[in-house]
Design a protein around this ligand. Structure first.
Ligand code: NDP
Length: 523
């Protein structure tokens, strides 16, 4: 029985006890999950903590057996999982099939294959001969319980991407998917249980309050979502003195220099802005084009956007742009476009919610826009592409950096060296040269935002797994006399020996090493 009911943000009906998920494509119910109470979340956290020591004790090889079993299960169930993703998000097959399960699998393989190397003890040499007799060992010990809170735009790949490294590291993981899209990730977590893996991965299901409970219960929190919620989480993490890693929103610029390959740049802009219905943190949210290429670029982009197919797919891969995942997000897109048009911008194609059933916003190209408009100041997170004419690269760089965000960016030019010089001046965590979005899938390098786009990063080779560990230093002695020279009692002889040794190793020239006075300068 449902105890009470309320309207959820996407216009669907959920209750205090249950989250009912409706398809953004046609509004039909696609599934329901129980909304947990704080007490339930607390119990799950306790169970995870109880299971973690055995998981850690398995070591990287032992854990790999479980993780590989899960990988095989994900691959064996990829069709079903992809369908669930599509039903709860409204995304087209092209956006779901190449990313959701494949990213989970690729993340798992990357970290399982390298866990031994990334988590191996380090044995650095002492930094000075004064400590030559010391043996230094650096260990990586996992946090016992890691919390992961993720958004609705990539509901299976995102928690997998964020949290698989924590499992590989030996942590237990309490994962909170978005209330809008809880079905695919909970199905994947059921798969973890189905293959008989140790009970170190569980979901906390509910709304924002359940996310807040997760932050209260874990030893480290990994959050992906909006900058607004990221701030709330960072504050609570600060109060609890637990580390947090925040992957937040973006307003990614694309710079098109005059010598860019027009065909490639315009196709990339369209893909970068419309992929996943524009609901990607690394979406191209604005384009700055050098004057001499501007008209041709706008014409090419507009033609390509008009050719995009949008709507429910009658057969696989028959549509390019899917629905918005929820009504609230669609309204943000509507507001940004309406604000731009009200202030003098033109929508060369699209510009409105698609009439009829479903949460669709037409793929939209905006021109005559400027930085006073919402569509250039705030993250839109929808299928829109504002294009701005600039005098030169200097103006493009200045405008690109004129934002509180700094997630990623792209630069297009036939001259790679010049493009990289421009890239180096952008205030963003990553820059793609002659491409878009791809930085997010390069596991050996970090994906993290500057400024209000985040703290920390995901991936980044060894960093991506070590961030879920506490470093532990073990210092031991090769020689153990009755007492070290600096221990009590202090004596003039020991003091002199110590002073001279410290001076000898600290100075970088013979005179100071020997403690000789400086020569007086002749007047
Ligand atoms: P939100 O910040 O609204 O929500 C993200 C998650 O946080 C959801 O699971 C949400 O739960 C939960 N949450 C909400 N309130 C709280 C709270 N007080 N304490 C703890 N958890 C809470 O983001 P969206 O879901 O709207 O996602 C879109 C945003 O995510 C965009 O800004 C996008 O740029 C960003 N993003 C960033 C990425 C990156 O790598 N930098 C990648 C992908 C997206 P519920 O949904 O149930 O309310």
């Amino acid at each position: 029985m449902l105890s009470s009911s309320q309207d959820s943000q996407n216009g669907t009906r959920s209750t205090a006890d249950e989250i009912i998920v409706h398809s953004p494509i046609d509004g039909r119910e696609v599934g329901r999950v129980p909304a947990m109470s704080r007490d339930q979340v607390q119990r799950i956290a306790q169970e995870l903590r109880a299971a973690q020591p055995d998981w850690e004790a398995l070591g990287t090889r032992g854990r790999a057996v479980h993780l590989n079993r899960w990988r095989d299960w994900l691959l064996d169930n990829d069709r079903r999982l992809t369908e669930i993703v599509q039903r709860e998000t409204g995304k087209v097959l092209g956006d779901a099939a190449g990313v959701e399960v494949p990213t989970a699998v690729a993340t798992l393989n990357y970290y399982v294959d390298r866990a031994q190397e990334f988590l191996a003890d380090a044995r650095p040499r002492p930094h000075t001969p004064m400590f030559a007799t010391k043996k230094l060992r650096l260990r990586y010990r996992p946090y016992q319980l890691v919390g992961g809170i993720t958004p609705w735009n990539v509901p299976l790949a995102m928690p997998a991407f964020d949290l698989i490294p924590a499992l590989v590291a030996g942590c237990a993981v309490l994962s909170k998917p978005s209330e809008f899209t809880p079905l695919s990730w909970t199905a994947a977590v059921r798969g973890w249980e189905e293959v008989g893996n140790q009970p170190v991965l569980a979901c906390a299901i509910g709304r924002g309050d359940v996310g807040a409970a997760v932050v209260d219960l874990v030893d480290m929190i990994n959050f992906t979502g909006s900058t607004r919620t990221g701030r709330v989480i960072a504050q609570r993490a600060g109060e609890r003195l637990i580390p947090c890693s925040l992957e937040l929103g973006g307003k990614d610029p694309m710079i098109v220099l005059a010598d860019a390959d027009l065909e490639r740049a315009s196709s990339a802009a369209v893909y970068g802005a419309m992929w996943n219905g524009g609901q990607a943190c690394v979406s191209v949210e604005r384009v700055y084009v050098e004057e001499s290429l501007y008209d041709a670029f706008v014409e090419s982009v507009t033609r390509k956007v008009r050719a995009l197919r949008q709507g429910p797919e009658q057969k696989p891969y028959s549509s390019d742009v899917g629905a918005m995942a929820n009504e609230a997000q669609l309204q943000i897109v509507e507001r940004h476009v309406d604000d731009a048009v009200a202030h003098g911008a033109r929508a060369l194609t699209g510009g409105q919610r698609r009439p009829g059933v479903g949460l669709y916003f037409e793929p939209t190209v905006l021109v005559d826009v400027d930085h006073s408009m919402e569509c250039l100041r705030q993250e839109t997170f929808g299928p829109t592409l504002p294009i701005i004419r600039v005098r030169d690269a200097e103006e493009a760089i200045r405008l690109s950096n004129d934002t509180p965000y700094g997630l990623s960016a792209s630069v297009f030019s036939r001259d790679h060296e010049r493009a990289e010089r421009v890239a180096e001046r952008l205030e963003a965590g990553a820059v793609n040269v002659n491409n878009v979005i791809v930085n997010g899938f390069q596991f050996p390098v970090p994906m993290g935002g500057w400024k209000e786009s985040g703290i920390g990063a995901r991936a980044g080779g060894a960093y991506g797994i070590r961030k879920f560990c506490r470093s532990q230093t073990i210092v031991s002695d090769r020689i153990e006399p009755a007492a070290d020279v600096n221990w009590y009692p202090y004596t003039p002889l020991k003091g002199r020996i110590q002073e001279r040794a410290l001076r000898w190793f600290g100075a970088r020239d013979l005179r100071r090493r020997l403690g000789l006075r400086p020569r007086r300068r002749a007047r």
